[in-house]
Design a protein. Structure first.
Length: 146
């Protein structure tokens, strides 16, 4: 008997765009694009879930970028959090998201995760400068303070 499932994989519950807890199952970029097009207020939560659930950074990063330029400041913040997850889980970033990240205050989640998990040769000079300054401050303030 065919249950509509492939293999032994469980089917995720239906997405309820009024309940953030069901959005943790988002794994399809087109679901997120449709939510952006409808103006769903919880689309930023879905972008974070997509970053956690999808196995291709290239497929996720366009939705992350879209969140990072949203009119709503909370969705923009969630876009930065999603970018941090992509960096951590996929060790990857694209130039478009890096360019957008430059416009955010330094010290955010994505700054730190890009620095920690993405090959430094792929990172821009302004992120190097920020982290070199942070490292120097740590050495002076915390390491050599007696």
């Amino acid at each position: 008997m065919d249950t509509g499932e492939t293999g032994s994989a469980k089917q995720a519950p239906a997405l309820n765009w009024q309940d953030a807890s069901t959005l943790r199952w988002v794994e399809r970029p087109d679901d997120v694009d449709a939510a952006f097009n409808r103006g769903e207020p919880l689309v930023g939560v879905a972008v974070i879930a997509l970053a956690l659930n999808h196995d291709s950074a290239d497929a996720i990063l366009p939705q992350v970028a879209r969140a990072m330029v949203a009119a709503d400041p909370e969705i923009r913040r969630q876009g930065v959090v999603a970018l941090a997850h992509v960096a951590r889980l996929h060790r990857s970033v694209d130039q478009g998201c890096v360019d957008l990240l430059k416009g955010f205050p330094r010290g955010n989640e994505a700054d730190d995760d890009l620095w920690s998990f993405v090959d430094h040769r792929m990172l821009p000079w302004w992120l190097w400068r920020y982290h070199a300054g942070q490292r120097l401050l740590w050495l002076v303030r915390d390491r050599w303070r007696g």
